[in-house]
Design a protein around this ligand. Structure first.
Ligand SMILES: [Zn+2]
Length: 414
């Protein structure tokens, strides 16, 4: 046995557990009280701390992270953010993209992220520059984190001639998923049809940026659900944002939620960006501008959350910790109970694994040993405190540790 993590608190188990790992896989999960003699090359006593499967970041943009110092103005709308970023990205070099992407990836690993899906921009401005960098990083970081690469036409497909050809080339180079952004093209339906055409041609899953507005008329998600069902791609399609559904009248929103569930779409809410950019046009009854997460869950959809952006025009905050986003969603989508805490952690672990089709995931026999240990007495405590990630393992190998020290001086009784 290579490693035993003893006395760990694991979601869905009542007692403390021992997790045994060999050759990168979990080989047993047993109650700690049943085992007297532990035998392994390394034994780590979790001391009742919380052990989770590696966290999953399902939606992030690496090449446009950490851009605040490059920006001459702040964005006041989604269209501002797209314009400001498009202007800056014409000056991106492969070295600069690589440097900023590595910064995100390192922080992700330190935060306990074992799988990350990035949307990589492919268009006439960047050409295949970002794609080439991400393929290189996918390989060079594979011992630390599993990367999924979405071929993403941020500037539209048909409004930017040459993008369709670049997307095909990116998929041939090794792109894992076909991306789409119907709200930023000349015709929503034409865009969606083309993305599905590519998905079928290259046999890839699909991940859209969809309905990012407060306008209840923006419901491309219905077309996405219809195409998913028609082509038999249930379980293979995800959509990020889907914020306009939050402005749709309740009874109609219920019908849309049922269609989303029927197509087995995974909805990825991106609260750090959505809260920042949406609701700005409202002078009274200001909307929160996020997807109606409760409603979607009630009607059986798989809903998860992502970081989306780190410190740029779309989101001038963030440090790439999924637990920060869990906390933000808890506050803004009314998730405050113990059961809600369990669900939020599922959203960044098992539910995200379903959305991203990650196999052999979780804390059970036979799963890949991607694990994170954090000093929390419960799942709820882990969300409230977002504690340091004491140890992070990738395929059974320790890849990160954090030890923060705080000390209070001069504690005198008043
Ligand atoms: Zn995005």
């Amino acid at each position: 046995m290579d490693l035993v993590i003893s006395n760990a608190r694991i979601p869905n188990y009542d007692s403390l557990m021992n997790v045994a790992i060999d050759k990168g896989k979990i080989v047993s999960v047993m109650p700690a009280c049943c085992i007297d003699n532990l035998a392994a090359k390394e034994i780590i006593d979790a001391k009742k701390s919380l052990l989770l499967p590696g966290l999953i970041e399902p939606h992030i943009h690496l090449e446009k992270a950490y851009m605040l110092s490059l920006m001459k103005e702040d964005a006041c709308s989604l269209w501002d953010a797209i314009r400001i970023t498009a202007e800056l990205k014409s000056q991106f070099t492969k070295e600069d993209i690589k440097e900023r992407s590595i910064k995100v990836l390192k922080n992700a690993v330190l935060n306990g992220v074992s799988h990350l899906r990035c949307h990589v921009e492919v268009d006439p401005i960047l050409q295949l520059k970002a794609m080439e960098v991400m393929l290189e990083l996918k390989e060079s970081f594979c011992h630390l984190i599993d990367l999924q690469i979405v071929v993403f036409p941020q500037e539209g497909i048909f409004t930017q001639p040459g993008t369709a050809e670049l997307m095909e080339e990116a998929l041939r180079m090794g792109g894992d998923i076909v991306g789409g952004i119907p709200y930023n093209d000349r015709d929503m339906e034409e865009h969606i049809n083309y993305v599905f055409h590519l998905a079928e041609k290259y046999r890839k899953p699909v991940d859209f940026h969809a309905d990012f507005s407060d306008n209840p008329q923006d419901l491309s998600i219905l077309k996405i659900a219809e195409q998913t069902i028609r082509r038999g791609l249930q379980g293979q399609v995800a959509a990020g944002h889907v914020t306009s559904l939050g402005s749709v009248l309740y009874e109609h929103a219920v019908e849309v939620a049922k269609q989303i569930a029927k197509a087995d779409l995974s909805i990825i809410t991106l609260p750090a960006t959505d809260l920042y950019l949406n609701g700005r046009g409202d002078q009274e009854k200001i909307r929160r501008g996020i997807a109606p997460v409760q409603l979607l869950l009630e009607h059986g959809s798989n809903v998860i959350f992502g970081t989306n952006n780190i410190q740029n025009a779309f989101t001038p905050f963030g440090k790439g910790d999924p637990l920060d986003i869990a906390w933000l969603l808890a506050q803004t989508a009314y998730f405050g109970s113990k059961q809600d805490a369990d669900m939020l952690v599922e959203m960044t672990t098992t539910r995200a694994a379903k959305a991203l089709n990650i196999q052999n995931y979780g804390i059970q026999e036979g799963a890949q040993a991607d694990l994170v240990l954090m000093e929390a007495a419960s799942v709820r405590d882990c969300l409230i405190n977002r504690p340091e990630r004491k140890y992070v393992w990738k395929r059974g190998v320790k890849v990160a540790t954090t030890n923060m020290q705080q000390e209070l001086f001069n504690m005198v009784k008043c």
